[in-house]
Design a protein around this ligand. Structure first.
Ligand code: SF4
Length: 449
């Protein structure tokens, strides 16, 4: 019998959470690679909104699903962890029940190893809980933690997660070496050359959408962002290969919605995304594409906007951050005066509606003024796009980290305080204004719907 690996996407512990095309893409790549090397894989997705055992219980309210595969998660209110006890908001665990998680853990033969992923640094209690239960049910089985929290807060994760190994790199092949260190040999060697397989979305019980990566890395160095730390080099896939992947999920699994996870989707579009979109436009498959990660405003030319519209893009998010161009010089200098107006104009002329064109506005940066945020919201609205507030979360291993530590109201050595909802780098008067800001944004969003 092939050795079994259990892969776990843990719960979210937070004040709020919403499924905006959110899937554990890194874990699914790791699963695909390990499967190619002869392992059996079993995914326990704690964030599975279609888990048959959850949906079969009439006493639990089914989470509302919305457009294009987005929607709410299962949710249960829980007491706040001690460091957050003074925050006057309810706190919840999002995902399947612990009972069902344990049932899934027990439903398998004894695994050779258990691999757990992690995302936001302040969601680490979910990973810690999953690891503790995995240990309880499969004592002696090595537990390996990977993902973003593991990499950004490696020391913290080694101390607090309970895992036997904590990954420092994202290369799926590196997990084979980690397994070997625990005495687990792959039944088959990694193919050489080693083409990255499609991520194992087929392990998900109901595929509402597929997340795509056409490239990794970003040529910019925005001081608040960990892209460069997580992916120091820019790598692009062949557009023909990405097209093959889209056709595979569409034809074999009926998927119509695709979310791009790239950090720099539009960079070098003449030889990259443009080529892919021309093929998709020609094929007329009725697919829908979404960009939850912000697009680079400067790259939204008239031709690109038209191509995006014709090939099926339905959700556009632009990375504006602020309309204060003096501040932009300190934020990576990605947007110059006139760029945003041009991009929105190109999108509107291409046929996108106000509602489909969203602009992310950063709030909560150290030293940022409230007036500049209000001016940015009104600037976005005046041009015919829809504002979305994006609360700054201090991220270790980024250039802004030290400044964030010195501005923060909290001790950021505790990752729970990285939570963007806390706006850790803003102070009393600014925080008090946030509900008014949110109301203002919601009013505009309602008007644009
Ligand atoms: S452009 Fe986006 S992905 Fe690139 S460094 Fe800036 S914030 Fe990060």
């Amino acid at each position: 019998m092939k050795p079994l690996l259990i892969l776990i996407n843990p719960w979210i512990y937070d004040f709020a959470a919403y499924d905006l095309w959110s899937k554990p893409l890194g874990l699914l790549y790791v699963a695909a690679v390990l499967r190619n090397c002869g392992f059996q894989t079993h995914l326990i997705d704690c964030l599975d909104t279609h888990h048959p055992l959850m949906t079969g219980d009439p006493s639990i309210k089914t989470p509302k699903r919305r457009l294009y595969g987005t929607g709410k998660y299962w949710r249960k209110e829980i007491p706040k962890p001690a460091p957050l006890r003074d925050i006057s908001r309810s706190y919840s665990v999002y995902g399947i029940s612990r009972k069902i998680f344990e049932k899934e853990l027990k439903s398998n033969q004894r695994p050779a190893a258990i691999l757990v992923t992690s995302l936001m640094t302040y969601w680490y209690p979910g990973a810690v809980e999953a690891i503790a239960l995995a240990r309880e049910h499969h004592p002696g089985v090595p537990v390996i933690l990977g993902g973003i929290y593991a990499r950004l807060c490696n020391k913290h994760a080694r101390k607090h997660s309970g895992a036997d190994s904590v990954a420092t790199v994202s290369d799926p092949g590196s997990f084979l070496e980690t397994l070997e260190r625990h005495g687990i040999e792959a039944p088959e060697p990694l193919p050489n050359p080693y083409p990255l397989p499609y991520p194992a979305f087929d392990l998900i019980k109901k595929i509402e959408y597929v997340c795509l990566l056409t490239s990794t890395g970003c040529p910019f160095r925005c001081p608040y962002c960990a892209s460069h730390f997580l992916n120091p080099e820019m790598n692009r896939r062949d557009p023909a290969e990405v097209l093959g992947e889209i056709l595979y999920w569409h034809k074999d699994f009926g998927v119509r919605d695709f979310a791009f996870y790239d950090d720099a989707l539009l960079i070098s579009s003449d030889t990259h995304l443009g080529v892919l979109l021309e093929d998709l436009e020609r094929l007329r498959l009725g697919l829908r594409f979404h960009t939850p990660n912000a697009l680079h405003v400067r790259e939204v030319t008239a031709d690109m906007a038209t191509l995006m519209r014709r090939s099926g893009f339905r959700t556009i998010r632009l990375g504006l951050e602020t309309s204060d161009f003096a501040l932009h010089r300190n934020l990576g200098n990605k947007v110059a005066e006139g760029d945003f107006e041009r991009a929105v104009g190109n999108l509107l002329r291409a046929g996108f509606t106000r509602n489909e064109i969203g602009a992310y506005i950063l709030i909560g940066l150290p030293g940022q003024s409230m007036d500049s945020v209000i001016a940015t919201i009104d600037f976005v609205d005046s041009l015919g796009a829809t504002p979305y507030l994006s609360e700054y979360s201090p991220i270790p291993c980024t250039p802004l980290w030290e400044k964030a530590v010195s501005y923060s109201r909290y001790d950021l050595s505790e990752p729970l305080f990285h939570n963007n909802i806390l706006l850790p780098c803003w102070r009393g008067a600014q925080i008090a204004e946030v509900p008014r800001l949110k109301k203002h944004v919601l009013k505009i969003r309602d008007k644009n719907r």
